[in-house]
Design a protein. Sequence first.
Length: 120
Amino acid sequence: MVQHFVAQVQEPHLCRLVSISDAITTKGRTKVHLVWELSVKKIDDHTCEYSNHIYASATDEFLTFIEKNDITFEQARATRQQASDSHNREETKFCQKHRTQISIKELIIICRYPFSDIAS
């Protein structure tokens, strides 16, 4: 997957990125639409709740691609879900291992907002 994210929303507590991404498969290339949302909610002066969500949807090109390759939408969805689940398991292990080393400031750098903007 080659992602081409562009910021759609850049606010101190919310960053929404969108991409028409290139999906590279054994049967060729196609395009998928992705939305990546990162948000931070202050709980108290020392803690926050960080959310990280990715939403994927089919493009017309993707639907044509799976039809041409005799793949049902359900098969494509199941395969993508397995890949996402595997990625998330690895990412979760990494975040758990390093969670005490990651600050809010580092999480928000993606949207390029000063830490002072999210601290309030």
